[in-house]
Design a protein around this ligand. Structure first.
Ligand code: FMN
Length: 299
């Protein structure tokens, strides 16, 4: 069965990619994802300046998923773009560069720099635990609008916006995303875990982002609603561990999906598992992937 899917002009050999921040920190990790079968690869969110990240612990397994507060560690956009430029021709699948600018001037410079090496840019408007980045940017409608516009004006390919899973906030601020080409739904939920013996939050940063199982139905509901409320293509993210979880996102309206926590847990063989599972399902149901997208809606 044909698994090719298109999002805003870029073609993916299959609809599965890694979620930003999970195995996309370096070019060699991105290469591993391509070799494992990913339809596109997504980089860690890159900021204007280098960031060291937060103190340990930064990643904790909990009953309903995972909590992380890495603090967006990355070498900064100048350094990362050099690394990516030197090996771009090795990539046969689209490379999506995730950026986390805090203001339009940064967004403009970053977009112009990644123009030669990125097939698409994903703007992180949703990191739940970094000061003046991600979610803090998204809460300011004018700032978001200007950042998205700066990226659009300085980058030739499609621009994706990665949103938080908070329905009311997203619907209230959706107007600020008019100029972007596609939505990535969603990032993690701001959350916390406390050690009852130490009587203190476990994560070094205290607050983190909840990913995995618990996020799946929340993200799925938002994809379903955004599919009806916007005309933009959607990339679904949240708790995908099996091909069935991914199919739910396609039925809700996602054209492709990203895998985060399950990739961390199961390793890159998950791509083969998802591809084979989806192929088998499409064959049994006698349906193409394109027809599946949005099929759970009434009309
Ligand atoms: C360790 C870790 C690091 C992450 N780093 C980023 C990041 O740099 N940028 C971003 O947009 N999302 C980041 N995320 C969020 C994921 O991209 C994804 O949206 C989230 O984990 C939900 O997907 P999942 O349930 O499949 O993990 C990170 C998630 C994890 C677990």
């Amino acid at each position: 069965m044909e698994l090719v899917t298109k999002i805003s002009g870029i073609t993916l050999r299959n609809p599965f990619m890694n979620a930003s921040g999970v195995l996309g920190q370096t070019v060699s990790l991105l290469r591993r994802l391509q070799e494992a079968g990913a339809g596109a690869v997504v980089t860690k969110s890159i900021t204007y300046e280098e960031r060291k990240g937060y103190d340990n612990p930064t990643f904790v397994k909990i009953k309903c998923g995972y909590l992380n507060a890495m603090g967006l560690p990355n070498p900064g956009f100048k350094e990362f773009s050099k690394e990516l430029s030197s090996s771009k021709e090795e990539f046969k699948v689209p490379v999506i560069v995730s950026i986390a600018p805090s203001e339009p001037k940064q967004a403009k410079e970053m977009a112009a720099t990644f123009k030669k090496v990125a097939d698409a840019i994903e703007i992180n408007l949703s990191c739940p635990h970094a000061e003046k980045l991600g979610l803090e940017v998204f809460s300011d409608m004018g700032l978001t609008e200007n950042i998205v516009k700066s990226v659009k004006d300085n980058f030739d390919g499609p621009v994706f916006c990665k949103l938080p899973p908070y329905r009311n906030e997203v619907l209230g601020l959706i107007k600020s995303l008019e100029s972007c080409d596609a939505l990535v739904v969603s990032n993690t939920i701001r959350a916390m875990v406390i050690d009852v013996k130490a009587k203190k939050p476990i994560l070094g940063n205290k607050f983190g982002g909840l990913s995995g199982r618990a996020l799946h139905p929340i993200s799925l509901a938002l994809v379903f609603e955004l599919y009806e409320k916007t005309r933009k293509p959607i990339v679904g993210v949240g708790g995908i561990e099996s091909w069935e979880d991914a199919v739910e996102f396609f039925l809700a309206g996602a054209s492709a999906v990203q895998i985060g926590s399950a990739l961390e847990k199961k390793g890159t063989t998950i791509f083969k598992e998802l591809i084979e599972g989806l192929e088998e399902y499409l064959k049994e149901e006698k349906i193409g992937l394109e027809e599946l997208i949005g099929l759970a809606h009434d009309s």
